[in-house]
Design a protein around this ligand. Structure first.
Ligand code: 0X9
Ligand code: ZN
Ligand code: ZN
Length: 305
């Protein structure tokens, strides 16, 4: 059964999406953006007050990497908070009146399922190709942004395999197509990973500073301060290449170069004590503090439309 304070398996997340969309029809629409390699439906929940025409939007995804279980937990938490505080929380109400938030709760569903059934530490997709017995590519090395030039491997057996071509992974292609189709409206791209407590922004495929570096840094520092205000969790902000490591083919750099200025990668708790195996007791505090950072960025984007 589904619980916001447990790590839910895919079938429970699927049932939860049906149920939260059905019981909040004024605010939530389900949209399938394609299927995974193994045929699972990639479902985006569009959150926003209905009625008016197309609104500016934020795209939020979770679960690009299969073993980072706190990430899908956050997307579920975000949807819960959105529907339960719309109409009472002034910021959430104003946000969803003026903007839409597209939430993809699990990007790499096949990999996520595999971590529940076979190998808890799996990272990649589950695609296969004749010629190699190794399975999957790293979805966050498969976007068309300096693809496979830096911090990625061209070996199919590596955990950071960049894939055979940019967007060779169907999950990456589906998300990239969706963002391209909606790029006029999408003002921010937020992607949730773990772990290390970092708030990263472009670039990771290059040491060059982004054209919007100062503004991206200012917003990241504001968001980190908001996050820390709840329990004192410390975050570091900065461009990916120098703050974590150089690595090409990531979704954040790709979205930014497409024209989505506010492009951020979160690396949630912790800093390594539990790593990917973050205890379920930390789901609630992690999600509550992360909400403050995401809402900070959303408010900034909304104010600067
Ligand atoms: O290496 C990654 O893809 C991310 N770290 S993780 O431990 N979750 O795998 C960091 C991504 C930063 N952005 C880019 N490299 N574009
Ligand atoms: Zn990751
Ligand atoms: Zn809350």
């Amino acid at each position: 059964a589904h619980s916001y304070t447990k790590y839910n398996k895919w079938s429970d997340i699927q049932a939860w999406m049906d149920s939260i969309a059905a019981s909040n029809a004024n605010l939530v629409t389900k949209q399938v953006i394609g299927k995974t390699y193994e045929g699972r439906p990639m479902t985006v929940l569009k959150l926003g007050a209905k009625g008016s025409s197309t609104k500016p939007a934020i795209f939020l995804d979770c679960g690009i990497h299969a073993r980072e279980w706190i990430s899908p937990a956050f997307c579920q938490w975000f949807v819960k908070e959105a529907v339960s505080t719309y109409g009472s929380d002034n910021q959430m109400t104003s946000l969803l009146n003026q903007m839409d938030v597209f939430v993809l709760p699990v990007f790499n569903i096949d990999g996520y399922e595999y971590t529940h059934t076979n190998n808890r530490m799996w990272r990649k997709t589950r695609s296969r190709r004749s010629g190699s017995s190794c399975v999957g590519a790293d979805p966050n090395r498969n976007f068309n942004a300096g693809w496979c030039t830096l911090g990625a491997s061209s070996s199919p057996c590596s955990d950071t395999f960049c894939g055979y071509t940019p967007e060779s992974e169907i999950e990456v292609k589906n998300v990239a197509d969706f963002i391209r189709q909606n790029k006029q409206n999408i003002k921010a791209y937020l992607t949730i990973h773990s772990y290390s407590q970092l708030l990263l922004f472009p670039y990771s495929y290059s040491y060059d500073l982004a054209a919007d570096h100062s503004e991206l840094m200012k917003v990241a520092q504001g968001a980190s301060a908001a996050l820390s205000s709840l329990y004192g969790t410390r975050y570091t902000s900065g461009p990916g290449a120098t703050t974590i490591y150089p690595a090409a083919g990531g979704s954040d750099d790709w979205a930014y170069d497409l024209g989505v200025k506010y492009s951020y990668t979160f690396e949630l708790r912790d800093t390594g004590r539990y790593g990917f195996l973050l205890p379920e007791s930390q789901i609630k505090p992690t999600c509550e503090e992360t909400m403050l950072a995401v809402k900070y960025i959303a408010a900034y984007v909304q104010k600067n439309l």
